[in-house]
Design a protein around this ligand. Sequence first.
Ligand code: URP
Ligand code: ZN
Ligand code: ZN
Length: 475
Amino acid sequence: MTVHQMVIRNGKIATAADVFTCDIGITNGKIVALGENLDGDEVIDATGKIVLPGGVDAHLHLDQPTGDGSVMADDFHTGTRSAACGGTTTVIPFACQQKGDTIRNAVNDYHTRAEGRAVVDYAFHLIVTETTDQVLGQELPALIEEGYTSFKIYMTYDALKLNDREILEVLSVARRDGAMAMIHAENTDCIAWLTDKLEQAGQTAPHFHGASRPQIVEREATHRAISLAELVDVPVLIVHVSGQAAIEQIRWAQNRGFRVYAETCPQYLFLTADDMEADNFEGAKCICSPPPRDKESQQDVWRGIENGTFQVFSSDHAPFRFDDPKGKKIGGTKADFKSIPNGVPGVETRLPLLFSEGVVKGRIDLRRFVELTAANPARIYGLYPRKGTIAVGADADIAIWDPHRTVEITNDILHHNVDYTPYQGIEVQGWPTTVLSRGTYVVKDGEYCGTEGHGKFLKCEKPDPAKPKGMGRMI
Ligand code: URP
Ligand code: ZN
Ligand code: ZN
């Protein structure tokens, strides 16, 4: 009888397709057998536990250069350590082209930042900020062939944004060469106009960030992004959707048969605009874009998670320390909201929050949980079935959850390098207690035990979900 290097026994296994009970045989970092009474040199008894594919966090920012002098608190080591401790075994952060520079340089620089640092495996999305002939004609096609098969397009932020014509050009490359386009959809001119009006009225405290980016701004840009994609006939994924106005546009497109995918994040389920009103500049901790909305919006986002509007649930971990002149306080504690770095940390809390409020409370089942947090992101970004599932031939990236363990989220139990969590004090039920990356422990019995440099770069395939429908609208 074959003796595997490791066997996980008696666990309730869930994939995006099924929930079943069997043993998992692991050898050389791969799942090599699913069956009964498997033999292993090492046996993990998962009785009473839930065995899930390691999470795939397809939207987070690690050690990403910024344009305003702020510095991200998490690099590839601390960010992936934190990911692993929250049950995530694959991360896809962003290699961001600096305006005036090439994407190739951004990719090379990002490899230097990641090499030898990551605890779990990683791939890169690209961020395209300039659409020169070199970018469109040479760099993007070459990089796509080399395994960088997704890129993000910004409709706002001066240092990052593309105009509609440029977006069409980039979407055309995605269509021709088979990449997945992700779009940050907010109307930049509306934001600039509203920001000026708020400043003129002296309304510059952190919570006015929300007023500068109301839902209509996101709705308009979401509709425009969908229309541009329809014109080119290419699938797109709208990232970090915050509420009903954008959801309606996405639903409208999906009902018409367009390949429009959508992502949401914990901040739109667990935070509201009120959290940006906290005293002593503390509201800055919850500033992100699009901003958190209201209680009703949280329910709208839940409904989108339940009814299939959303395909992906990511953290959008954007790690800026609060009490730090290179973090949220880069402009001081009286700073205008527009100079506060955007983003909230959440790579470690993403899965426990959704598990507790989603699965334990009965809003979604385990299969949908795996679909949103592991299988779909792996599929949509060309990593499936190597990542995102439990199947023979897949990498042995596995998170064993104790579904009964209750944890009060506080910053001191987390493994990121940020000095706060926006989810401080929330009690969750369910936590990953053992996590394997390619068959190697990164968390054992609730304790982090990963190794810096264990994580490897992943080349992504051209994703099937990026294929155009061929509706004949392409010129
Ligand atoms: O506010 C956010 N989400 N910051 C991170 C950057 C981005 O746009 O995703
Ligand atoms: Zn964004
Ligand atoms: Zn982001």
